[in-house]
Design a protein around this ligand. Structure first.
Ligand code: M6R
Length: 366
């Protein structure tokens, strides 16, 4: 059932090219230059009249929501707020009939996310669900939705659910940008083409596996990790840190790279590995200067870079390459080495990768 892999997590990491393709299949019609999503089409007025989109989720799904915030605002020019479902529901939030609430959940059973939906519905907001499990409570409770077609995710640490959530949310953002006219038709076509190429590029990124395992071996005994990223890759830094915490029990924190100097920089010394996402299109020069700041404090740098990069390679202790893509789609690639890094560290430390202590696949308690 693990298809020849040692763990479900590794199997699911490797399933991502297929999972992403399955998620856009039938929706991304490149030859016709359209995106077809019934749940969006049928409710286009609600989306277009929305004052804002509120995204609610927990854990990894919340990180996908953060990536979506960047895409929606950047492409569709719709204001977005991303909320932890648990905070949102308990703080007497301002919700109106002109709000669209998008709930993201792999399992579709997360208690706080479900409660946030019910609250939003009671205030008259339109609720759109992005779930993986068909027929789940959140899917049923939503007014409309779009499934991720990741297939069953067994590993407690979410991997393919995350990348397929980003895929669905990118499709929605692109569809809305087209409807709103905030994207030109040539940019739109370009995005469709780039999204279609992602599965092949994920395959390429997966080839760094053996190299990543060596890096994992070097750092497996440290007690802290820092993950830094900017823009679209800031949420990827958060997700990378969460993945490491969950399965290796090593303390890790994700930060927007520019926030480093507002505190975490105090932690940096020769024992601190820092994973920095430094792809070519995402504020590259700014990230390079953050890397220089780390280096002058002797931190160990693991750079996630675009293929062929030389500048970061010169500065970093290690680099892991991913293929080039659009900035907005880069999280689908940069997240792959981070999944593999935490996987290998956990395996080398003999941890129970698929069922880490204290964690459940779906959190149905509040
Ligand atoms: O099923 P959901 O997407 O609603 O689950 C949300 C979180 O519980 C989940 O993403 C959790 O953080 C994972 N263990 C992350 O790997």
């Amino acid at each position: 059932e693990k298809g020849g892999y040692d763990h479900f997590m590794l199997k699911e990491i490797h399933e991502q090219p297929k999972a992403i393709r399955d998620t856009y299949r039938g929706r991304l019609l490149r030859n016709e230059a359209i995106i077809k999503m019934a749940g969006v089409e049928d409710n286009m007025k609600k989306f277009l009249n929305a004052n804002r989109i509120i995204i609610v989720a927990c854990g990894t799904s919340w990180h996908a929501g953060l990536v979506a915030e960047y895409i929606f605002e950047d492409l569709a020019r719709i204001p977005v707020e991303v909320e932890y479902a648990s905070e949102f529901r308990y703080r007497n939030p301002v919700i109106t009939e002109n709000d669209v609430l998008i709930a993201i959940s792999q399992s579709g059973e997360t208690a706080d996310t479900l409660a946030a939906i019910k609250l939003a519905k009671s205030k008259g907001a339109f609720v759109f669900g992005v779930c993986n499990v068909v027929g789940s409570s959140i899917a049923r409770e939503s007014d409309a939705g779009a499934y991720t077609h990741a297939g069953p995710e067994i590993g407690v640490a979410s991997t393919k659910a995350f990348t397929t959530q980003i895929t669905v949310l990118s499709l929605i953002a692109l569809r809305l940008s087209r409807a709103k006219g905030t994207i030109s038709s040539s940019d739109f076509r370009h995005h469709l083409l780039e999204l279609e190429m992602i599965p092949k590029k994920v395959e390429q990124a997966l080839k760094s596996d053996a190299h990543i395992k060596k890096i994992a071996d070097i750092y497996k005994n440290v007690s802290n990790f820092l993950y830094l990223g900017r823009g679209y890759n800031f949420p990827v830094a958060l997700e990378g840190a969460l993945k490491l915490k969950e399965i290796s029990y090593i303390h890790a924190e994700g930060y927007p790279a520019a926030e480093m100097k507002h505190g975490p920089i105090a932690l940096i010394d020769e024992n601190m590995p820092i994973v920095v996402i430094a792809t070519k299109k995402g504020h590259y020069e700014k990230v390079v200067s953050n890397i220089q700041e780390i280096k002058s404090r002797k931190g160990k740098i693991i750079g996630i870079v675009t293929e062929g990069d030389i500048q970061v390679r010169d500065l970093a202790d290690h680099v892991i390459e991913v293929p080039e893509s659009l900035d907005s789609l880069s999280p689908l690639l940069t997240t792959i080495p981070l999944q593999l890094l935490s996987y290998h560290i956990a395996v080398l430390l003999n941890k129970n990768v698929d069922q880490p202590r204290n964690l459940a696949k779906s959190v149905t308690v509040e």
